[in-house]
Design a protein around this ligand. Structure first.
Ligand SMILES: Cc1ncc(COP(=O)(O)O)c(C=O)c1O
Length: 508
């Protein structure tokens, strides 16, 4: 209950809302921009939701939803009995302001003033020696089973809808579409993806910034090919997604593992690398530890990229899966300087074999990336792109995401509820707020091996956390041990059955 006057330091007069669009999202974005560019300084008191609703002539619910999201992302904080304040955030906003001015005077396109240093060499002969061969294995194939990592609940994919849309495309194909197409991808699909990212991820991107790829992996690989010169240092999360490391190593990068703590990649360690100009990160849900990068760390990382005149490759492979609140704003949504290359995939919402993904690029990079794609593969196969565009336009995609999120949540709950308790050497289960997998610590690498082997003997697939580390890691081997379990790949009954088998074999 509050009828206090609006805080002197916050004037909502500049906020303009379009009543035909979602009001809470617009308000959230308007406030977020003001925090990021410093117009709303740390410690500024925000009006009570009722007062702001009255001042903007919108419902209180819209304000509460916008505040909830800002809370969830760490932009604002509540003080008990004393209202809502802008959180204490690192000074990324100052440079952002400076850069914003520079960009505004140089060009209206973020990133257009940056020197685009693209690698001249795309093949590096020593590359394979630089990647440990035992980690080059392709992801497991065959029917999904508990607890395969990296696989969504694709048994729930609406194959009939897809088949109908596919049949409609081929029944009367537009002959123009069957010739060579644009290397950056189907124009309608690019527009649909941009609209989806604007509404669901808070990104201010346009269709022109999207380049369609064959899954996230090709997106990462293109970043490596175009941004890395042989010998360049690339900072990657350690432990991390090894296939990303491979893509950079094959382009000639010197990989440097950077530690991940409870807030995400350690920016001090990244900064200490000195000559590193490219960092690969998974902020929505760190792979494989599951850490969600805090807002403070996101801003610190963006500030690093500016200082280093570097690039951030943001792999948002499973950002759709968040089980409380809306997904956190990606780095690309906070980036004001065109330094973030955002990698997305349909593999975790539809199914991996679709091989459909996308990059959202700073505008200055789009031409180089699409030219490179033209050289590699010309463009992606046309019908998959056209059918996905129609799938999105007709609303099936959004419905399917909701279905997949519910399914993943239920499967997660089944795993958490039935997990064998008090097995020697296994740490406690984490709380799982996002993603499709969880990681649990194990006391030693020997015990990790034993647990994984016993699980395999009863047809249960568990990944050893130690395999996600770079070989030259400083962290003692036993501290690298753990179990990585994907919980979405199979239905609840199969999860329960697998847990029963695990319980038996691990206690034997
Ligand atoms: C962190 C991460 N990035 C990217 C991918 C690959 O996605 P895609 O199948 O679209 O290439 C995966 C697959 O599991 C992943 O775990």
């Amino acid at each position: 209950m509050s009828s206090e006057p609006l805080s002197l330091s916050f004037n909502p007069a500049g906020i303009e809302l379009d009543r035909r669009q979602g009001l809470s999202r617009q308000l959230y974005q308007a406030l977020r921009v003001r925090v990021l560019d410093g117009r709303l300084a740390s410690g500024t008191r925000l009006p009570a939701s009722r007062d702001l609703a009255a001042a903007l002539a919108i419902s209180r619910n819209s304000v509460v939803r916008a505040y909830d999201q800002l809370y969830a992302e760490g932009f604002i904080e509540g003080r008990v009995g004393d209202g809502t304040y802008v959180a204490q955030l690192p000074q990324a906003s100052l440079p952002v302001k400076k850069i914003a001015k520079r960009v505004a005077t140089a060009s209206s396109t973020p990133g257009a003033e940056l020197p685009v240093v693209l690698s001249s060499t795309v093949v590096y002969s020593g590359a394979l020696e630089r990647v440990e061969k035992n980690h080059l294995a392709t992801p497991p194939s065959g029917p999904p089973r508990a607890f395969r990592v990296g696989v969504p609940a694709f048994d729930l994919f609406p194959f009939e809808v897809w088949a109908k849309l596919n049949a409609a495309f081929w029944r009367k194909p537009d002959l123009q579409q069957l010739c060579y197409g644009p290397p950056e991808g189907d124009a309608r699909l690019r527009a649909m993806i941009a609209a989806y990212l604007r509404s669901s991820r808070g990104m201010q991107c346009t269709a022109e910034q999207i380049v369609i790829t064959s899954g996230a992996q090709q997106g990462i690989s293109l970043c490596a090919q175009l941004l890395v010169e042989p010998g360049d240092v690339v900072g990657i999360e350690n432990p991390g997604y090894r296939a990303a490391g491979h893509a950079f190593a094959v382009a000639g990068a010197r990989l440097q593992g950077v530690a991940v703590d409870s807030e995400g990649i350690d920016c001090a360690e990244l900064t200490a690398l000195g000559d590193c100009r490219l960092a690969y990160v998974t902020p929505s849900h760190q792979y494989p530890t599951g850490v969600v990068m805090s807002l403070a760390r996101r801003l610190e990382l963006l500030a690093w990229a500016e200082r280093a005149q570097g690039w951030i490759v943001e792999d948002d492979y499973d950002g759709e899966y968040r089980y409380s609140g809306a997904p956190l704003a990606p780095l690309a949504a906070l980036d004001r300087q065109g330094r973030v290359l955002y990698v997305g995939t349909f593999g975790k919402v539809a199914f991996p074999a679709l091989r459909l993904g996308y990059l959202v690029l700073p505008p200055a990079l789009v031409a180089a990336f699409s030219q490179r794609r033209a050289v590699d593969v010309r463009h992606s196969e046309v019908s998959t792109q056209a059918v996905m565009a129609e799938f999105m336009a007709a609303g099936h995609f959004q419905r399917h995401i909701r279905r997949m999120r519910r399914a993943a949540l239920s499967r997660r709950n089944t795993l958490l509820a039935g997990w064998p308790q008090n097995i020697p050497g296994i740490g406690s289960l984490p709380s799982v707020a996002a993603g499709l997998h969880l990681t649990v610590a194990v006391e030693s690498q020997a015990r990790e091996r034993e647990l994984v082997e016993k699980a395999a003997s009863v047809d249960v697939e568990i990944n050893a956390l130690s395999t996600y580390w770079l070989a030259d890691s400083q962290t003692p081997v036993d501290q690298r041990a753990g179990l990585v379990l994907g919980f979405a790949a199979v239905p609840e009954a199969a999860i329960s059955a697998a847990l029963g088998r695990l319980e038996k074999i691990w206690r034997a």
